[in-house]
Design a protein around this ligand. Sequence first.
Ligand code: TYD
Ligand code: MG
Length: 463
Amino acid sequence: MARPRSVHACTECGAQSPRWLGRCPSCGGWNTLVEEPVGGAGESAEAILEAPRGAVQAIRLGDVRSEETPRFSSGISELDRVLGGGIVPGAVLLLGGEPGVGKSTLALQLAAEACAAGRTVLYVCGEESPEQVRLRAERLPGDPAEVRVVAETRVEALGAVWRETRPELVIVDSIQTMRTDRVESAPGSVSQVRECAALLAAAAKTGNTAVVLVGHVTKEGAIAGPRVLEHLVDVVLTFEGDRSHAVRALRATKNRFGSTQEVGVFAMTGSGLEGVENPSELFLAERRPGVPGSCIVPFLEGTRPMLLEVQALVAPAGYATARRTCLGIDDGRVALLLAVLERRAGIDLVSRDVYVNVTGGVRVAEPGADLGVALALASSRLDVPLPDDVAACGEIGLGGEVRRVGRIDLRVREAARLGFRRILLPERVGAALDAPKGTTLVSVADLAEAVRWLRKPSAPPRE
Ligand code: TYD
Ligand code: MG
């Protein structure tokens, strides 16, 4: 039987079928199958390995010269922090986020900063008109007058202006609006988005131009969105934040030139995005001391410690089944802590409604906040406020034991820096750590001990 010369491959998931189908049997996408030629038929692995000698050479890894990657500062310190020092010429960056989070604002501020540093910047606005871009620019700090704006959505049409201006930075807002003649489908479809990004990435490498692609992500993940581009680009940045809060977090989920551990914190203000150097101060600014049900928790974003306020409210249940509502923290984690409080610390929570909220619109996803959340819950239930200068960190096990968490030294230092003088910690860590000046480390072995401490706190350190 003759071998088939082509297959039909899904552009969404890569599944193959010998014939064309209207719907991909693997991912269920409609009209996603395209014909592709089958290559390499007939050659065995041995034959391939017997290619002529000397064609390719392997070098000792030890002989490879490692040079410091050249970078230029983006002019936005929080962005530099996430990128690992700055933008690498020739790199392709994808800036993803939900609509309205502030991607265009960040991109335009970046363009203005790069121009101020004497670089040529091309801003391709496929989504808005140059007038709209200009209006936004008027609200922002910096002078973006020198930014070259191109209102164009055909990638091929960019070639001439690209060659002429020789930009060092190109911003494409957004990749979903771009199209190329090489693909027939509509702008925004997976094949268009992928093909355009591949063309722009190739142009970036040829001209040693840094390219920022702005991409929308929907709540569900992606519609023809940035996900399909992640392997094509060098850096994937995600911009997150609750639109009802000012705080925005910028993270690198992929970074070929640096770590993916860092987080940049911004506040959306009336005049653009402002870098937040001390997020803890922002998060704690509206705290009301002396209210039961509040606890300060030092948590880590990568290697950056931040203090957050966890609030809990325990109220008699209005209905037969008690309500459990959690914002900014996993429901399952809170359910676990409620069970441990009930069984191991003797706090009665049956038929009580429970509300837990992490202030500032931040989401805490690490177990280091457990002790703080449990103390906030106990404090609300017992109607006993925690002293104002107390912070707590530690993971809680099902036996009620308080367990150690990573980089406790960083957390303690941040808490001490912001004036917290008593810090509740897992037992073994507390003994091994040197307390910063003016701070007492309070070791607690288990949750029962922590709750006893809440009822009768030890005195703060003397001045
Ligand atoms: P935008 O950057 O357009 O978001 P995206 O490109 O991610 O869709 O901006 C989103 C929101 O930010 C918009 O609702 C208006 C608000 N905003 C400010 O609060 N201050 C400002 O200075 C600017 C430019 C925008
Ligand atoms: Mg936008």
